[in-house]
Design a protein around this ligand. Structure first.
Ligand code: ATP
Length: 228
C-alpha cells in the first residue's frame, strides 16, 4: 500500500503552484516534505487529499487512482489529513472532539488515550481552552479516530516550544512503531532529522532534492534550500 504522486500539477483557481511533483510514501515509512515558506508543502498535502485543484498528474494509493475522488472518498480509502490550522471544535470537550470523528477500526478512545495520556487527563476540558501543544495533540488524535491507514501531517510543530516539539517527535515515532506511514510537511530540520526515513525538498513547487534523511542532512544544499 504505497501513496504515489505522479507528475502532479495542482494549485488554486487557474494558478498552478506544484509544477509536476512525483513522490512516494511506502508501507511503514515516515517521509518528510521540506522547503521554505511558500515552497508548496501545504499545497502538496492538500493535493494528495483532494483539497486543491489538480490540473494534471495522478494520486494513487494502493494501486487505486484517487485523482477523481473528492476528499471524503479519499478518507474512506484510508488517507487521514491533519491540517496545520488545527480546526478543533472550541465548544466541544476533548472527548467530544474525538468522538465526532470516530469510525470503526483499531483506533478508539482508549487506544488514543494510551498513546496520548495527556488527552485522557484533560478529556472533559473544552477545546477552546487548550494550549497550542494540546490542540496539536488533539488534532492528530482526532484524525487517528477516523482510523486512517496513512497520515498526511501538515506542519505539526508550527508555533510549538522545543519541549512540545520533542513530544510530537515521540508521537510520530510511536505511530511509526504502530506501522502507520506518514507524509509530513515541515520546516524544522532538527525535528524531521529525528523522525523521518526519507525526505523530498521542494522549491517553488518542484522537487529539488530527495533521498534518505540521514544523507540529506549531510548535504549543504539542503540548508541553502531551507534558508530564507
Ligand atoms: P508555508 O510554510 O508558508 O505554509 P508552504 O511550503 O506550505 O509554505 P504553500 O502554503 O503550499 O507553501 O504555498 C505555496 C504557494 O501557493 C505560495 O506562493 C502561496 O502564496 C500560494 N497559495 C497558498 N494558498 C493559496 C490560496 N488559497 N490561493 C492562492 N494561492 C495560494
Amino acid at each position: 500500500m504505497s501513496l504515489v504522486l505522479e507528475d502532479l500539477r495542482a494549485g488554486y483557481g487557474d494558478i498552478p503552484v506544484l509544477h509536476g511533483v512525483s513522490l512516494e510514501v511506502r508501507e511503514g515509512e515516515v517521509v518528510a516534505l521540506l522547503g521554505r515558506n511558500g515552497a508548496g508543502k501545504t499545497t502538496l498535502i492538500k493535493a494528495a487529499m483532494g483539497l486543491v485543484r489538480t490540473f494534471s498528474g495522478r494520486v494513487r494509493y494502493g494501486g487505486v487512482d484517487l485523482t477523481p475522488l473528492p476528499p471524503f472518498r479519499r478518507a474512506l480509502k484510508g488517507l487521514g489529513y491533519v491540517p496545520d490550522d488545527r480546526r478543533i471544535f472550541p465548544e466541544l470537550t476533548v472527548r467530544e472532539n474525538l468522538l465526532v470523528a470516530a469510525r470503526p477500526g483499531p483506533w478508539n478512545l482508549e487506544k488514543v488515550y494510551d498513546l496520548l495520556p495527556r488527552l485522557r487527563e484533560i478529556q472533559h476540558r473544552r477545546g477552546g481552552l487548550l494550549s497550542g501543544g494540546e490542540q496539536q495533540m488533539l488534532t492528530i488524535a482526532r484524525t487517528l479516530m477516523t482510523n486512517p491507514r496513512l497520515l498526511l501531517l501538515d506542519e505539526p510543530t508550527e508555533g510549538l516550544a522545543p519541549l512540545l516539539v520533542e513530544e510530537i517527535a515521540h508521537l510520530v515515532r510511536s505511530l511509526k512503531g504502530e506501522g502507520m506511514p506518514i507524509l509530513l510537511a515541515e520546516q524544522n530540520l532538527r525535528f524531521t532529522g529525528a523522525v523521518a526515513d526519507r525526505a523530498y525538498v521542494l522549491e517553488t513547487g518542484e522537487v529539488r532534492l530527495e533521498g534518505r534523511m540521514a544523507d540529506l542532512l549531510e548535504r549543504e544544499e539542503v540548508a541553502a534550500l531551507l534558508s530564507l
